[in-house]
Design a protein around this ligand. Sequence first.
Ligand code: B12
Length: 292
Amino acid sequence: MEAVFTPRQVATALGVSESTIKRWVDSGRLRATKTLGGHRKLPQGAIVSFVRATGQQIADPELLGLVANAGSLDPESLQDELYDRLTDGDEPAVRGIMVRLYQNGLPIADLGDRLLSPVFRRIGQQWAAGELQMHHERRACTTVLAVLHEIRQWIAPPEPDAPLALCASPYTDYAQTPLWLLELTLLNAGWNACAAGAGLPLDQIYNAVQLHRPRLICLSATHVPHLPTFVKEVNEVLADELSANVSLVIGGCAVEGVRTTELRCDLLASCLADLELYLAKIGNAGVARVGV
Ligand code: B12
């Protein structure tokens, strides 16, 4: 369950007065709830959103379950450190890096594209070269997924009328990190995101689309047994069957190098930043076949 704090606790942690916190809450800058007795309570996620949006410094982050700002805020320069911490299995240090970047306003897309993807690709290469073992890779995934889960709790729920996106990965693809990153990117962009799941046969994804009626489908492909078959099946089972008001965005390392003329989708993304741009282009209200 998400942690909640009193205005006094938040004031101490941020190094401002309690009346300043109450003023921010009453003016709507800082989201809070009220107890039956009328006392303000601040959820941890509301404080993180406020800090991300305003750049407010945190004098004592540990009081709020957050992390100190000591260290680089540049994702590229943190790749080596994250790789070392992940392969050492140092979970608090991994959390420290990821939460520090997030609380300082780094978009989820950048956390994925500029930090996690390059580090996991290196883990994959080192595994293929016999330098790392399977248990290193599995532990790295579990550790990162736990932090993404924590970040997920901090994002305010979508508005009731937010458009729905369905995220899935196809049969034999059990990579979860890309799916979590897609979901967080969508939620942060004001979309509602429904994770249909990893390793789904394409007809199951189609059935989930029929059930949930999303405006957007985000398909992530990390492990695909035979690429030409996958492309053919996506075209036949998904792309050709979708109604015109549903967009299909596909990405993932397995489809890198595939041409947009082969795979019929609205966007063949190479990274999460591509998705962010696409979301900005179509807006929250509707879907346009922009053929990027
Ligand atoms: C972790 C991992 C696994 C784990 C995942 C566990 C979990 N709980 O998630 C598991 C155990 C499933 C696994 C298994 C296997 N794996 Co593996 N795996 C990886 C690894 C190391 C990282 C994948 C990952 O999570 N990356 C993190 C994400 C964030 O980064 P990303 O994938 O680059 O995604 C970015 C973009 O592509 C983009 N993106 C991704 N999807 C989408 C979707 C949309 C819509 C958009 C907009 C963007 C987008 O955004 C992300 C952020 O930038 C990769 C190495 C690599 N290529 O990265 C190997 C890798 C993919 N695996 C590989 C192999 C060989 C296997 C196995 C066959 C090993 C085996 N012999 O059993 C099995 C196959 C099992 C299967 N069928 O699923 C090979 C594939 C080689 C190939 N060309 O076929 C790789 C490349 C490793 C290597 N160098 O050899 N694997």
